[in-house]
Write a protein that binds this ligand. Sequence first.
Ligand code: SAM
Ligand code: DTB
Ligand code: SF4
Length: 329
Amino acid sequence: MVSSLPSSSPSSPRPIPTQAEVEALYARPLNDLLFEAHTVHRRHFDPNAVQVSTLLSIKTGGCPEDCRYCSQSAHYHTTVGRDELMDVEDVRREARAARQAGATRFCMGAAYRGPRDRDLEKIAGMIEAVKAEGLETCATLGLLREEQARRLAAAGLDYYNHNLDTSAEYYTQVVTTRRYEDRLETLAHVRAAGLKVCSGGIVGMGESVADRVAMLRTLASLDPPPESVPINELVQVEGTPLHGLPPIDPLDFVRTVAVARLLMPAAHVRLSAGRRAMSAELQALCFFAGANSIFFGERLLTTPNPECGEDLKLFERLGIRPEPPAALP
Ligand code: SAM
Ligand code: DTB
Ligand code: SF4
């Protein structure tokens, strides 16, 4: 079969196909799209290994931003309360439990527009504590200045998560308190500080296929592209403006994963929020399409995730193994 995407080599950067080309790819017969995505997936990864991360909300609720999907925005009335930044020792305990349950990466999320420097110092202590437990570390704290990204890197942070969420065009319909360029600027600071980049988006917010494709093209055009690309399905939270939207066709979610795999062949694509509403069969299709990372643990940040036992059973049914941890320094 002739690949519809140009091939890559380390010495020649991968040209990004045009918006029209990627929309055509997204719209291909599903079997063709899946075959191509899975072929590329196998070329870059063990198809039966999935990276396993656990999330913890280290500072919950009361966020000044107005992201229309989010349970933690102070602009909407949801059941999520406000908690202060957690204590380092409590975070250490949670990280130890996550490692014992089988996670290899621990991702700490905070409901900030961006962290204050005083909080960043405490978070640096959390990063050191989590690393000492033998886990890779990831943080998602909102917008960062360059020196803040460098401070996190100095503490030993491995990854920074900062999602583009959707296309630049649709972003203004979803968030009004910051600009798309602010997100891109933070990603540049994160990269300049030598951190690995985790950046993806959300499907099911009323966006068009063109928006999904534009977001994936923007991610793929980052130089270098993100190491990790979470594809979230919107978790609809009562009280947020996006609650009550019609659910998307699950096969459109699979197509988005497949296109992410084709545009970013060497990235871990994470089957992220929304798995609780997905059947085992749909998740299996996502793994075939190129997803090779999940959030493991019964809670995402404020909403439920599948139970650990259920995920272990799913892995066993599919013959999937957790990916071994990256060598720690
Ligand atoms: N406050 C920081 C920020 O926005 O960058 C970090 C935490 S924020 C909760 C991290 C990401 O979670 C968001 O960028 C969004 O992509 C995702 N997210 C939040 N709420 C979600 C929801 N209800 N469904 C799916 N994804 C969601
Ligand atoms: C990402 O892309 N998804 C995660 C993580 N990065 C921080 C967050 C999902 C949040 C889902 C809604 C909640 O639990 O509040
Ligand atoms: Fe705040 Fe992040 Fe939620 Fe937006 S997504 S409201 S920035 S916690």
